[in-house]
Design a protein around this ligand. Structure first.
Ligand SMILES: [Zn+2]
Length: 400
């Protein structure tokens, strides 16, 4: 795979072929450090939130920084000897230069390490096993974290860069309030890196309270049925538990990783009520029409048919996701409750930030950039940055 590194005006930018989860990566020199933005790259890895597609650095050789809640969800431990770790950061070994980490080598290391100590990890979830190879370090100097409004613990990062001016990088974000987290603040900056998962101008999310009202209506109309609510175990499952608690007045059955993350939310002060399927209370609840929260891929027609046979009542499935606006989903009901910004929110942020340039990632980047340009924003896709780098170099060269 190709890799290139560009250096300009004391700032650094690198695209790194990291892993199947992240096909593109960004390393920015912010403050005094080269920071890998949700990738395994640079001197320090920043993890914006606990979704696996942003955790490429987890279990890798780089020290990681993130919010306290994200560290708790991921099971990250503080670096035991911070001073030693700081020394390592100041003097990276020659085989692992700051801008070109040997990703293949680090993957091999991780694999052999996991195999040799599997007994040590017995009893831990695979997420905590992954995190045990990583060390968490404090926020580097000159860097700020602000809420991203995406899930509990999600953050945006901001700081000064010689190359980009003041940078804000959103990670996954939304400006609307959720049930467990307030909408993100819009940061002022010179360069805004924004995610655009739902950056198609045709996708416009309704006000969350309107969607929640539809979900409540559906939930109440189908009280006599078993209701299986589908949501990704980290973030969306907890929003669904909160919805079922507060809007339907029920306690859902939640198991596995979703229950672990519910515990982390509770430790962070979010009031959630759920029972695990193994608990006596959960077993008792499942004798009546019950509600459960589980990963969407488990909501199969086979599962519903089995439940209907065993419990002799209807079993329905429902999901809450922005994809409900984009394509047909094979469930009894699909509600467009998203944890991402839509195009109008990206546009609002672009204007409010005062950014001189906006760089789009994690979506159909060029389409969103084009639509933003049509609205008067100087926007480009992250893939076009090689061209931008060249252009800037020529312009700066001419100016000298
Ligand atoms: Zn996410």
């Amino acid at each position: 795979m190709d890799r290139f590194v560009a250096r300009q005006g004391g700032g650094y930018l690198a695209f790194l072929p990291v892993c199947a989860l992240m096909t593109e990566g960004l390393v920015v020199r912010m403050g005094t450090r080269h920071i890998g933005m949700n990738v395994l790259g640079g001197e320090l890895a920043y993890i914006s939130h606990a979704h696996t597609d942003h955790c490429a650095a987890l279990g890798g050789p780089l020290p990681i920084f993130c919010s306290d809640v994200t560290a708790d969800i991921l099971g990250l431990k503080e670096a035991p000897a911070k001073k030693e770790e700081e020394k390592k950061i100041e003097s990276p070994p020659p085989e692992a230069p700051p801008l070109a980490p040997d990703v293949k080598k680090s993957k091999r290391k991780r694999k052999s390490g996991a195999a040799s100590s599997s007994s040590r990890f017995r009893g831990f979830s695979r997420f905590k096993r992954a995190a045990m190879g990583s060390l968490r370090v404090p926020l580097p100097e000159g860097v700020e974290l602000h809420s991203a409004g995406h899930m509990l613990g999600s953050t945006q990062i901001a700081g000064a860069s010689e190359r980009w001016g003041r940078v804000a990088y959103t990670g996954d974000f939304k400006l609307r309030d959720g049930l467990t987290i307030k909408g993100a603040p819009m940061l002022t900056c010179d360069t805004l890196f924004a995610e655009c998962t739902y950056g198609d101008p045709a996708v416009q999310f309704a006000h969350p309270q309107d969607v929640l009202a539809d979900m409540e209506r559906w939930g109440r109309q189908n009280r006599e049925a078993i209701q299986l609510w589908g949501g990704y175990s980290t973030g969306k499952a907890q929003e669904l538990v909160k919805f079922i608690n507060d809007y339907l007045g029920e306690t859902p059955v939640v198991g596995g990783r979703a229950a672990e993350v519910c515990e982390a939310y509770r430790r962070a002060g979010v009031k959630l009520e759920w029972k695990t399927p193994e608990s006596p209370e959960g077993q008792e609840m499942m004798r009546a029409p019950f509600m459960a929260v589980m990963p969407p891929h488990q909501l199969t027609p086979i599962l519903r048919a089995r439940l209907e046979t065993v419990h002799r009542r209807r079993a329905l499935s429902a999901v809450a996701t922005g994809w409900a606006l984009v394509r047909h989903l094979p469930y009894s009901a699909a509600f467009p409750l998203s944890d991402h910004a839509d195009f109008n929110e990206i546009l609002e942020y672009a204007h409010a930030s005062g950014a001189k340039q906006v760089i789009l990632a994690h979506g159909d980047n060029e389409r969103t950039a084009k639509a933003l340009r049509a609205a008067g924003v100087n926007a480009v896709s992250i893939e076009s940055l090689d061209v931008e780098q060249t252009t800037l170099k020529i312009e700066e060269g001419n100016g000298q």
